[in-house]
Design a protein around this ligand. Structure first.
Ligand code: NAD
Length: 360
Protein backbone atom coordinates (compact mmCIF):
# COMPACT_ATOMS: atom_id res chain seq x y z
CA UNK A 1 0.00 0.00 0.00
CA UNK A 2 2.43 2.66 -1.18
CA UNK A 3 2.00 6.02 0.62
CA UNK A 4 -1.36 4.97 2.09
CA UNK A 5 -2.61 7.79 4.31
CA UNK A 6 0.20 10.14 3.20
CA UNK A 7 -0.21 13.61 1.78
CA UNK A 8 2.53 14.66 -0.61
CA UNK A 9 3.17 18.20 -1.85
CA UNK A 10 4.52 18.21 -5.41
CA UNK A 11 5.74 21.68 -6.36
CA UNK A 12 5.95 22.32 -10.10
CA UNK A 13 3.41 19.56 -10.70
CA UNK A 14 2.10 21.26 -13.84
CA UNK A 15 5.54 21.13 -15.46
CA UNK A 16 7.17 18.38 -17.50
CA UNK A 17 8.69 16.18 -14.78
CA UNK A 18 6.33 17.29 -12.00
CA UNK A 19 3.30 16.23 -14.03
CA UNK A 20 4.92 12.82 -14.64
CA UNK A 21 5.41 12.50 -10.87
CA UNK A 22 1.78 13.46 -10.18
CA UNK A 23 0.46 11.03 -12.82
CA UNK A 24 2.67 8.25 -11.43
CA UNK A 25 1.65 8.87 -7.79
CA UNK A 26 -2.05 8.97 -8.66
CA UNK A 27 -1.79 5.85 -10.81
CA UNK A 28 0.57 3.70 -8.74
CA UNK A 29 0.15 4.75 -5.11
CA UNK A 30 -2.43 5.68 -2.52
CA UNK A 31 -0.94 9.10 -1.79
CA UNK A 32 -3.04 12.22 -1.62
CA UNK A 33 -1.24 14.62 -3.96
CA UNK A 34 -1.31 18.40 -3.71
CA UNK A 35 0.09 20.04 -6.83
CA UNK A 36 1.53 23.46 -5.95
CA UNK A 37 2.35 25.45 -9.06
CA UNK A 38 2.53 29.12 -9.99
CA UNK A 39 1.55 28.24 -13.58
CA UNK A 40 4.39 29.94 -15.48
CA UNK A 41 4.66 29.74 -19.27
CA UNK A 42 6.10 26.21 -18.81
CA UNK A 43 3.09 24.86 -16.92
CA UNK A 44 0.19 23.03 -18.47
CA UNK A 45 -2.67 21.51 -16.51
CA UNK A 46 -3.62 19.58 -19.67
CA UNK A 47 -0.62 17.39 -18.80
CA UNK A 48 -2.76 15.96 -15.98
CA UNK A 49 -5.79 14.77 -17.96
CA UNK A 50 -7.14 12.32 -15.37
CA UNK A 51 -6.18 14.20 -12.21
CA UNK A 52 -9.18 16.51 -11.83
CA UNK A 53 -11.64 13.69 -11.21
CA UNK A 54 -9.27 11.90 -8.81
CA UNK A 55 -10.31 12.35 -5.17
CA UNK A 56 -6.67 12.01 -4.12
CA UNK A 57 -5.68 15.11 -6.08
CA UNK A 58 -5.80 18.83 -5.32
CA UNK A 59 -4.35 21.77 -7.20
CA UNK A 60 -3.19 25.02 -5.60
CA UNK A 61 -1.99 27.94 -7.71
CA UNK A 62 0.85 29.19 -5.57
CA UNK A 63 4.33 30.67 -5.97
CA UNK A 64 7.02 29.00 -3.86
CA UNK A 65 8.58 32.42 -3.17
CA UNK A 66 5.49 33.46 -1.16
CA UNK A 67 6.00 32.23 2.40
CA UNK A 68 2.59 33.30 3.74
CA UNK A 69 0.80 31.51 0.89
CA UNK A 70 2.82 28.35 1.46
CA UNK A 71 2.13 28.50 5.19
CA UNK A 72 -1.61 28.47 4.53
CA UNK A 73 -1.17 25.32 2.44
CA UNK A 74 0.93 23.56 5.07
CA UNK A 75 -1.76 24.35 7.65
CA UNK A 76 -4.58 23.28 5.34
CA UNK A 77 -3.14 19.97 4.14
CA UNK A 78 -0.63 18.92 6.86
CA UNK A 79 1.65 17.12 4.37
CA UNK A 80 3.91 14.16 5.17
CA UNK A 81 6.37 14.96 2.38
CA UNK A 82 7.40 17.66 -0.06
CA UNK A 83 8.83 16.95 -3.51
CA UNK A 84 10.30 20.22 -4.74
CA UNK A 85 10.31 20.38 -8.55
CA UNK A 86 9.16 23.97 -9.09
CA UNK A 87 11.89 25.77 -11.00
CA UNK A 88 12.82 27.82 -13.98
CA UNK A 89 14.41 25.10 -16.09
CA UNK A 90 15.50 26.33 -19.51
CA UNK A 91 19.24 27.05 -19.81
CA UNK A 92 18.85 29.33 -22.85
CA UNK A 93 16.29 31.50 -21.00
CA UNK A 94 18.64 31.72 -17.99
CA UNK A 95 21.29 33.30 -20.22
CA UNK A 96 19.01 36.12 -21.36
CA UNK A 97 17.07 36.58 -18.11
CA UNK A 98 18.78 35.10 -15.03
CA UNK A 99 16.66 37.08 -12.53
CA UNK A 100 13.69 34.68 -12.51
CA UNK A 101 16.09 31.77 -12.01
CA UNK A 102 17.60 33.41 -8.94
CA UNK A 103 14.12 34.13 -7.59
CA UNK A 104 12.42 30.79 -8.05
CA UNK A 105 15.34 28.39 -7.88
CA UNK A 106 17.18 30.00 -4.95
CA UNK A 107 14.77 32.31 -3.09
CA UNK A 108 11.86 29.93 -3.75
CA UNK A 109 13.79 26.93 -2.43
CA UNK A 110 14.83 28.94 0.63
CA UNK A 111 11.22 29.98 1.23
CA UNK A 112 9.77 26.50 0.97
CA UNK A 113 12.54 25.12 3.18
CA UNK A 114 11.65 27.68 5.86
CA UNK A 115 7.94 26.89 5.64
CA UNK A 116 8.61 23.16 5.63
CA UNK A 117 10.78 23.55 8.72
CA UNK A 118 8.09 25.57 10.47
CA UNK A 119 5.51 22.85 9.67
CA UNK A 120 7.88 19.98 10.55
CA UNK A 121 8.51 21.43 14.00
CA UNK A 122 4.77 21.32 14.77
CA UNK A 123 4.56 17.56 14.09
CA UNK A 124 4.52 14.72 16.61
CA UNK A 125 7.89 12.93 17.06
CA UNK A 126 6.55 9.98 15.05
CA UNK A 127 5.34 12.15 12.16
CA UNK A 128 8.54 14.17 12.27
CA UNK A 129 10.62 11.02 11.90
CA UNK A 130 8.65 9.93 8.83
CA UNK A 131 8.61 13.34 7.16
CA UNK A 132 10.71 13.87 3.97
CA UNK A 133 11.73 16.87 1.88
CA UNK A 134 13.00 15.67 -1.50
CA UNK A 135 14.70 18.29 -3.65
CA UNK A 136 14.89 17.54 -7.36
CA UNK A 137 18.02 18.82 -9.07
CA UNK A 138 20.13 18.36 -12.15
CA UNK A 139 23.47 16.89 -13.20
CA UNK A 140 24.29 20.31 -14.68
CA UNK A 141 25.47 21.41 -11.21
CA UNK A 142 28.60 19.30 -11.81
CA UNK A 143 29.71 21.25 -14.89
CA UNK A 144 31.13 19.61 -17.98
CA UNK A 145 32.94 16.28 -18.44
CA UNK A 146 35.76 15.46 -20.86
CA UNK A 147 35.61 12.35 -23.05
CA UNK A 148 35.95 10.00 -20.08
CA UNK A 149 34.35 9.56 -16.66
CA UNK A 150 30.96 10.01 -15.01
CA UNK A 151 29.37 12.29 -12.44
CA UNK A 152 28.99 10.54 -9.08
CA UNK A 153 27.39 11.77 -5.88
CA UNK A 154 30.82 13.01 -4.71
CA UNK A 155 31.74 14.96 -7.85
CA UNK A 156 32.57 18.58 -6.96
CA UNK A 157 30.03 21.20 -8.02
CA UNK A 158 31.16 23.39 -10.92
CA UNK A 159 28.07 24.96 -12.54
CA UNK A 160 28.59 26.97 -15.73
CA UNK A 161 25.21 28.55 -16.61
CA UNK A 162 22.93 30.84 -14.60
CA UNK A 163 20.46 27.92 -14.53
CA UNK A 164 22.92 25.37 -13.16
CA UNK A 165 24.41 27.89 -10.71
CA UNK A 166 20.92 28.61 -9.34
CA UNK A 167 20.21 24.88 -8.98
CA UNK A 168 23.59 24.34 -7.30
CA UNK A 169 22.73 27.09 -4.80
CA UNK A 170 19.40 25.46 -4.05
CA UNK A 171 21.09 22.09 -3.46
CA UNK A 172 23.44 23.71 -0.94
CA UNK A 173 20.51 25.30 0.90
CA UNK A 174 18.71 21.95 1.13
CA UNK A 175 21.83 20.26 2.47
CA UNK A 176 22.36 23.07 5.01
CA UNK A 177 18.78 22.81 6.31
CA UNK A 178 19.47 19.15 7.05
CA UNK A 179 22.83 19.76 8.71
CA UNK A 180 21.75 22.82 10.68
CA UNK A 181 18.10 22.19 11.55
CA UNK A 182 17.85 18.37 11.14
CA UNK A 183 15.12 18.73 8.51
CA UNK A 184 14.93 15.27 6.86
CA UNK A 185 16.01 16.23 3.34
CA UNK A 186 17.22 14.25 0.33
CA UNK A 187 18.51 15.45 -3.05
CA UNK A 188 18.45 13.84 -6.48
CA UNK A 189 20.57 15.01 -9.42
CA UNK A 190 19.26 13.80 -12.74
CA UNK A 191 20.43 13.86 -16.34
CA UNK A 192 18.42 15.23 -19.28
CA UNK A 193 14.83 14.01 -19.39
CA UNK A 194 12.62 13.52 -22.41
CA UNK A 195 9.21 12.02 -23.12
CA UNK A 196 5.52 12.98 -23.29
CA UNK A 197 4.29 16.46 -22.23
CA UNK A 198 7.69 18.13 -22.74
CA UNK A 199 7.44 21.86 -23.46
CA UNK A 200 8.22 22.59 -27.15
CA UNK A 201 11.25 24.80 -26.39
CA UNK A 202 13.38 21.81 -25.34
CA UNK A 203 15.60 20.01 -27.88
CA UNK A 204 13.62 16.82 -28.48
CA UNK A 205 10.04 18.19 -28.76
CA UNK A 206 11.37 21.19 -30.68
CA UNK A 207 12.95 18.92 -33.29
CA UNK A 208 9.91 16.65 -33.55
CA UNK A 209 7.55 19.59 -34.09
CA UNK A 210 9.87 21.34 -36.58
CA UNK A 211 10.52 18.04 -38.37
CA UNK A 212 6.79 17.33 -38.71
CA UNK A 213 6.33 20.81 -40.23
CA UNK A 214 9.27 20.28 -42.63
CA UNK A 215 11.11 23.30 -41.20
CA UNK A 216 14.89 23.69 -40.68
CA UNK A 217 16.27 21.76 -37.69
CA UNK A 218 18.77 24.03 -35.90
CA UNK A 219 21.60 22.13 -34.17
CA UNK A 220 23.84 24.19 -31.85
CA UNK A 221 27.59 24.30 -32.66
CA UNK A 222 28.97 21.09 -34.17
CA UNK A 223 26.21 18.93 -32.65
CA UNK A 224 28.77 16.84 -30.75
CA UNK A 225 27.71 17.90 -27.24
CA UNK A 226 26.73 14.79 -25.31
CA UNK A 227 23.78 14.39 -22.94
CA UNK A 228 22.75 11.31 -20.96
CA UNK A 229 19.06 10.86 -21.80
CA UNK A 230 16.47 9.53 -19.35
CA UNK A 231 12.83 8.79 -20.15
CA UNK A 232 10.72 10.98 -17.86
CA UNK A 233 8.59 8.14 -16.47
CA UNK A 234 11.75 6.33 -15.34
CA UNK A 235 12.72 9.53 -13.53
CA UNK A 236 9.31 9.83 -11.86
CA UNK A 237 9.62 6.24 -10.59
CA UNK A 238 13.13 6.93 -9.29
CA UNK A 239 11.89 9.97 -7.38
CA UNK A 240 9.08 8.15 -5.60
CA UNK A 241 11.50 5.32 -4.76
CA UNK A 242 13.95 7.81 -3.21
CA UNK A 243 11.10 9.43 -1.29
CA UNK A 244 9.99 6.05 0.04
CA UNK A 245 13.30 4.32 0.73
CA UNK A 246 16.13 6.85 0.35
CA UNK A 247 18.36 7.53 3.34
CA UNK A 248 17.85 10.96 4.89
CA UNK A 249 20.70 13.37 4.12
CA UNK A 250 21.78 11.41 1.05
CA UNK A 251 22.08 12.48 -2.56
CA UNK A 252 21.20 10.11 -5.41
CA UNK A 253 22.22 10.52 -9.04
CA UNK A 254 19.59 9.47 -11.57
CA UNK A 255 20.54 8.66 -15.14
CA UNK A 256 19.79 6.23 -17.90
CA UNK A 257 23.31 5.32 -19.17
CA UNK A 258 22.20 6.61 -22.55
CA UNK A 259 24.84 9.04 -23.74
CA UNK A 260 24.10 10.44 -27.19
CA UNK A 261 25.41 13.43 -29.13
CA UNK A 262 22.81 16.09 -29.91
CA UNK A 263 23.33 15.37 -33.60
CA UNK A 264 22.59 11.67 -33.08
CA UNK A 265 19.41 12.60 -31.21
CA UNK A 266 18.23 14.84 -34.05
CA UNK A 267 19.13 12.27 -36.73
CA UNK A 268 17.22 9.57 -34.83
CA UNK A 269 14.15 11.82 -34.68
CA UNK A 270 14.46 12.50 -38.43
CA UNK A 271 14.61 8.79 -39.22
CA UNK A 272 11.63 7.96 -36.98
CA UNK A 273 9.55 10.76 -38.50
CA UNK A 274 10.46 9.54 -41.99
CA UNK A 275 9.27 6.04 -41.09
CA UNK A 276 6.04 7.11 -39.41
CA UNK A 277 5.10 10.19 -41.47
CA UNK A 278 7.16 10.19 -44.70
CA UNK A 279 7.44 13.48 -46.51
CA UNK A 280 7.33 13.89 -50.28
CA UNK A 281 10.14 16.44 -50.33
CA UNK A 282 12.71 13.89 -49.07
CA UNK A 283 14.56 12.77 -45.95
CA UNK A 284 14.31 14.98 -42.89
CA UNK A 285 18.06 14.75 -42.24
CA UNK A 286 18.31 17.27 -45.11
CA UNK A 287 16.61 19.82 -42.84
CA UNK A 288 19.47 19.80 -40.30
CA UNK A 289 21.33 23.13 -40.13
CA UNK A 290 24.19 24.04 -37.79
CA UNK A 291 23.72 27.33 -35.93
CA UNK A 292 25.77 29.43 -33.48
CA UNK A 293 26.60 27.53 -30.30
CA UNK A 294 25.12 28.33 -26.87
CA UNK A 295 27.55 30.46 -24.79
CA UNK A 296 29.20 28.28 -22.11
CA UNK A 297 27.71 25.13 -23.68
CA UNK A 298 28.82 22.18 -21.53
CA UNK A 299 30.41 19.50 -23.70
CA UNK A 300 29.41 16.29 -22.02
CA UNK A 301 27.24 15.07 -19.15
CA UNK A 302 27.13 11.45 -18.02
CA UNK A 303 25.67 10.06 -14.83
CA UNK A 304 26.80 7.13 -12.73
CA UNK A 305 23.51 5.96 -11.20
CA UNK A 306 24.97 2.87 -9.52
CA UNK A 307 24.19 4.10 -5.96
CA UNK A 308 20.48 4.35 -6.78
CA UNK A 309 20.57 0.99 -8.54
CA UNK A 310 22.52 -0.76 -5.77
CA UNK A 311 20.88 0.78 -2.69
CA UNK A 312 17.28 1.14 -3.88
CA UNK A 313 17.04 -1.37 -6.74
CA UNK A 314 16.09 1.20 -9.36
CA UNK A 315 16.54 0.40 -13.07
CA UNK A 316 15.61 2.52 -16.07
CA UNK A 317 12.99 0.59 -18.05
CA UNK A 318 13.52 2.47 -21.31
CA UNK A 319 16.74 2.80 -23.29
CA UNK A 320 17.17 5.71 -25.66
CA UNK A 321 15.90 3.80 -28.71
CA UNK A 322 12.67 2.59 -27.08
CA UNK A 323 12.05 5.88 -25.28
CA UNK A 324 12.59 8.12 -28.29
CA UNK A 325 10.31 5.95 -30.45
CA UNK A 326 7.55 6.21 -27.82
CA UNK A 327 8.13 9.97 -27.61
CA UNK A 328 7.93 10.60 -31.37
CA UNK A 329 4.73 8.52 -31.56
CA UNK A 330 3.30 10.51 -28.62
CA UNK A 331 3.94 13.89 -30.30
CA UNK A 332 2.35 12.63 -33.50
CA UNK A 333 -0.70 11.22 -31.70
CA UNK A 334 -1.16 14.05 -29.17
CA UNK A 335 -0.96 17.08 -31.44
CA UNK A 336 -3.75 19.00 -29.63
CA UNK A 337 -1.53 19.14 -26.51
CA UNK A 338 1.38 20.94 -28.15
CA UNK A 339 -0.67 22.81 -30.77
CA UNK A 340 -2.56 24.34 -27.83
CA UNK A 341 0.74 25.73 -26.52
CA UNK A 342 1.64 27.17 -29.93
CA UNK A 343 -1.84 28.70 -30.23
CA UNK A 344 -1.45 30.39 -26.83
CA UNK A 345 1.42 32.35 -28.41
CA UNK A 346 4.60 30.38 -27.71
CA UNK A 347 7.03 31.12 -30.55
CA UNK A 348 9.97 28.83 -31.15
CA UNK A 349 12.53 31.54 -31.68
CA UNK A 350 16.20 31.37 -30.76
CA UNK A 351 17.07 32.72 -27.31
CA UNK A 352 20.16 32.47 -25.12
CA UNK A 353 22.85 34.05 -27.26
CA UNK A 354 23.66 36.39 -24.31
CA UNK A 355 22.69 39.47 -26.31
CA UNK A 356 20.28 40.73 -23.65
CA UNK A 357 21.60 39.30 -20.39
CA UNK A 358 21.25 42.59 -18.56
CA UNK A 359 17.63 43.02 -19.58
CA UNK A 360 16.19 41.24 -16.48
P1 NAD B 1 9.40 22.70 -16.24
O1 NAD B 1 9.97 24.02 -16.63
O2 NAD B 1 8.75 21.86 -17.27
O3 NAD B 1 8.33 22.90 -15.08
C1 NAD B 1 8.54 23.73 -13.99
C2 NAD B 1 7.21 23.94 -13.27
O4 NAD B 1 7.48 24.74 -12.11
C3 NAD B 1 6.17 24.68 -14.10
O5 NAD B 1 4.93 24.04 -14.00
C4 NAD B 1 6.13 26.07 -13.48
O6 NAD B 1 4.86 26.70 -13.56
C5 NAD B 1 6.49 25.76 -12.04
N1 NAD B 1 7.08 26.93 -11.38
C6 NAD B 1 8.06 27.73 -11.85
N2 NAD B 1 8.31 28.72 -10.97
C7 NAD B 1 7.48 28.52 -9.92
C8 NAD B 1 7.28 29.19 -8.69
N3 NAD B 1 7.99 30.28 -8.37
N4 NAD B 1 6.37 28.71 -7.83
C9 NAD B 1 5.64 27.61 -8.14
N5 NAD B 1 5.76 26.95 -9.30
C10 NAD B 1 6.69 27.39 -10.18
O7 NAD B 1 10.61 21.93 -15.53
P2 NAD B 1 10.92 20.37 -15.53
O8 NAD B 1 11.71 20.04 -16.74
O9 NAD B 1 9.70 19.61 -15.23
O10 NAD B 1 11.91 20.28 -14.30
C11 NAD B 1 11.43 20.03 -12.99
C12 NAD B 1 12.60 20.01 -12.01
O11 NAD B 1 13.52 18.99 -12.39
C13 NAD B 1 13.38 21.30 -11.99
O12 NAD B 1 13.74 21.58 -10.67
C14 NAD B 1 14.60 21.03 -12.84
O13 NAD B 1 15.69 21.80 -12.41
C15 NAD B 1 14.82 19.55 -12.55
N6 NAD B 1 15.48 18.77 -13.62
C16 NAD B 1 15.03 18.85 -14.91
C17 NAD B 1 15.66 18.07 -15.89
C18 NAD B 1 15.15 18.06 -17.31
O14 NAD B 1 15.77 17.42 -18.18
N7 NAD B 1 14.05 18.70 -17.64
C19 NAD B 1 16.71 17.24 -15.56
C20 NAD B 1 17.14 17.20 -14.23
C21 NAD B 1 16.50 17.96 -13.27
Amino acid sequence: MRFKGSTIFVTGGAGFIGSAVVRHLLRDSHARVVNIDKLTYAANLDSLPAAKENLNYAFEKQCICDGAGLRRLFEKYQPDAVMNLAAESHVDRSIDGPGEFIQTNIVGTFTILQETLRHWRTLSPEKRAGFRFLHISTDEVFGSLGDEGFFTETTAYSPNSPYSASKASSDHLVRAWRETYDLPTLITNCSNNYGPYHFPEKLIPHMIIKGLAGEPLPVYGDGKNIRDWLYVEDHAKALTLVLEHGAVGETYNVGGRNERTNLHVVETICDLLDQIAPRAQGARRDLITFVADRPGHDRRYAIDASKLERDLGWRAEENFETGIAKTVHWYIDQQPWWRGILERGYQAKRVGLSLSATAH
